[in-house]
Ligand binder design. Structure first.
Ligand SMILES: [Zn+2]
Length: 259
């Protein structure tokens, strides 16, 4: 072995990793990326690794929060390593594909935040996102969040990312439509909808409601139902005609007026 070659170690499932020298001197340093990890309690690690590995657990684990790094939990003293695909829980910032969980207590994913900010355009601050999704308001982070701490810090990063993407015309449009909705009385319409067969249909119905300046409070193809909130300036018939034109036959079951 040459001097520059890193030592090889095995993870819990026998995958080979190359250990950085500095992690042997400082137990806080991630052996793969060299960034400093977050100390996590054994109870946190136990929640996220498969039960068959519980016998490997001691105190003294760290969590690598580096989004680019495949290391998840490491203990440089006992030389116990869990890579991200050796644990049960997905950590949103380390993932490229949905679902990317952000708030574990209230089950909020990056995709939900993206939808609020980019598609619905109804949130333009971290406070809005917290109010709409309840993200970051849970109390069980110690065990639910693999990092063992509250998601608020990550939540801030994710919200910032989408707010930056939303700047420009879509953000202006978003602010305008929120302002419109605030000053107009709204109707809440409960609908029975025939013709929805999948999540794509749900999305289509949602878009139809939003195209009329409304909000889809819920849409379910399994139940064949939707609840829409639309400005009173849009008639119920207009909503039904819009859905009909897309191949969904809807009947109103209940209409309530409110702001
Ligand atoms: Zn790392």
């Amino acid at each position: 072995m040459s001097a520059v070659e890193r030592k090889r170690h095995l993870t819990v499932t026998g995958r080979q990793i190359h250990i950085r020298e500095e992690s042997e001197k400082d137990q806080r340093v991630c052996p793969v990326c060299g960034e400093r990890g977050l100390r996590v309690l054994k109870v946190t690690v136990a929640t996220h690794v498969p039960e068959k590995f519980w016998s490997h657990l001691t105190e003294g684990f760290y969590f690598c929060s580096n989004p680019q790094c495949e290391m998840f939990y490491f203990n440089n003293v006992s030389k116990t390593y869990f890579l991200k695909d050796e644990v049960k829980t997905r950590f949103g910032l380390k993932e490229r594909q949905p679902p990317r969980p952000i708030c574990y207590c209230l089950q909020v994913t990056e995709e939900m935040i993206e939808r609020e900010i980019i598609e619905k355009g109804c949130c333009d601050s971290l406070e809005d996102i917290v109010a709409f999704t309840k993200a970051g308001t849970g109390k069980w982070c110690l065990t639910t969040n693999p990092s063992g701490k509250c998601c608020r810090e990550y939540l801030g990063l994710v919200v910032d990312k989408y707010l930056q993407m939303a700047r420009g015309t879509s953000a202006e449009r978003a602010v305008r439509s929120v302002a419109e909705q605030l000053k107009q009385p709204m109707l809440t319409i409960e609908l029975a909808v025939d013709g929805m067969t999948c999540e794509g249909c749900e999305q289509a119905v949602r878009s139809a409601i939003e195209s009329l300046g409304g909000t889809a409070l819920s849409v379910s193809y399994r139940e064949g139902r939707a609840i829409a909130r639309i400005p009173v300036s849009v008639t119920v018939d207009e909503l039904l005609a819009t859905l009909d034109s897309m191949g969904y036959r809807a009947r109103t079951e209940r209409v309530t007026r409110g702001t």
